[in-house]
Design a binder for this molecule. Structure first.
Ligand code: NAD
Ligand code: SER
Length: 315
């Protein structure tokens, strides 16, 4: 019997992932947890526990109480926010992962999901169509923690048999919850400003291309990887995952197709240097070959849904 715990369920991904896991596996079989209150939808559709991932005994207690078999561990500090609080971010990103991996090992949980990121790559990584195996020299607090996390995931799989699975998410675009303080957040914020003000000031330069993905694709990839037979999951560090690649001026043009008077200007801040160190596009051939990954949404489809759904919030 599958019983899932989502750690970090109140965040951008956790909000949508919890709802979809409950839809697929039953509301009573998915326990949401976070240090902050979740959305109304998450709160009302099943059990929610306040859980600090830095508190291992609290994780153990929730796992025992609900007879958890799988954990989706999403709690982390994202790239932009991590630069403002390096040590605290390192502690949350790394100690949190160790706690989850150790609980999985000690309680023999069946599977763990932990997301990595395009942030594991760095300034000397080939930036176009970045391959699965290549130079990895991240120069951000967040990227260093994700690369270390990947190595530890593979270690726990090889040494202790923990069935941990991971994806290097690109920047994720969604309308249900706010983005959590990353460098790719502009591609979410832009839709809110377009609907409210018809204009947006972008914190990245016009031609800063980054790998991105619509949330529904990311959720399908996540559950697809977790439901794949173990022998098909051949990479135990983290899989490259590709979706859409675009820059702010291209996204603005896609919005203008639906909103001719939309304008954008550019005031790059500290996140420009982070974006400049990341890939522009991703080669995810291994995910497609190993467990059948396929993205569904392109820029046009994602833009139309985002404009429609964000507009509904302001009616
Ligand atoms: P988010 O910031 O929106 O959500 C993270 C959640 O973790 C928040 O609700 C926060 O309250 C919670 N949290 C923080 N500290 C905690 C603690 N000590 N104990 C328990 N919960 C805690 O982030 P997200 O965008 O939902 O990202 C989820 C995961 O996916 C992270 O590991 C992130 O690095 C990864 N990721 C996200 C993206 C993206 O574009 N959103 C891209 C690549 C990777
Ligand atoms: N979207 C994330 C960030 O910008 C990438 O991991 O931090």
């Amino acid at each position: 019997m599958k019983k899932i715990l989502v750690v970090g369920a109140s965040g951008q991904i956790g909000t949508d992932l919890t709802v979809e896991l409950r839809r697929r596996f039953g509301e009573e079989n998915v326990i949401a947890s976070d240090i902050k209150e979740p959305s109304k939808q998450v709160l009302e559709s099943g059990v929610f526990e306040i859980l600090d991932v830095l508190n291992k005994s609290q994780i153990e207690s929730v796992v025992d109480t609900h007879q958890i078999t799988e954990i989706y561990h999403l709690a982390a500090i994202l790239s932009g926010n991590a630069e403002k609080a390096p040590k605290r971010s390192w502690d949350i990103n790394m100690e949190g992962l160790f706690n989850v991996l150790d609980v999985a090992k000690e309680k023999k949980l069946s599977k763990i999901f932990w997301p990595s990121s395009i942030a594991v790559f760095g300034p000397t990584t080939p930036s176009q169509f970045t391959p699965q195996d290549t130079i990895m020299d991240p120069n951000t607090v967040y990227g260093i923690s994700k690369l270390a996390g990947e190595r530890w995931c593979e270690y726990y799989y090889q040494k202790f048999g923990v069935d941990v699975r991971s994806l290097r998410y690109p920047g994720l675009i969604s309308y249900t919850a706010e983005a959590g303080g990353g460098t790719t957040d502009y591609a979410v914020d832009i839709f809110y400003k377009a609907i409210q003000d018809r204009k947006y000031t972008c914190f990245l330069k016009a031609e800063t291309a980054l790998p991105m993905m619509f949330m529904e694709d990311a959720i399908n990839a996540t559950i697809g990887l977790m439901e794949a037979p173990a022998e098909k999951v051949k990479i135990r560090s983290s899989y490259n995952l590709g979706g859409i690649s675009f820059d702010p001026q291209t996204l603005a043009n896609a919005i203008r197709v639906h909103m001719a008077d939309f304008t954008i200007d550019y005031e790059p801040d500290f996140r420009q240097a982070i974006a400049d160190s990341w890939p522009k596009s991703i080669d995810d051939v291994r995910a497609r070959e190993d467990w059948g990954w396929e993205a569904k949404y392109d820029l046009e489809a994602m833009t139309k849904i985002m404009l429609d759904e964000v507009a509904k919030k302001f009616k």
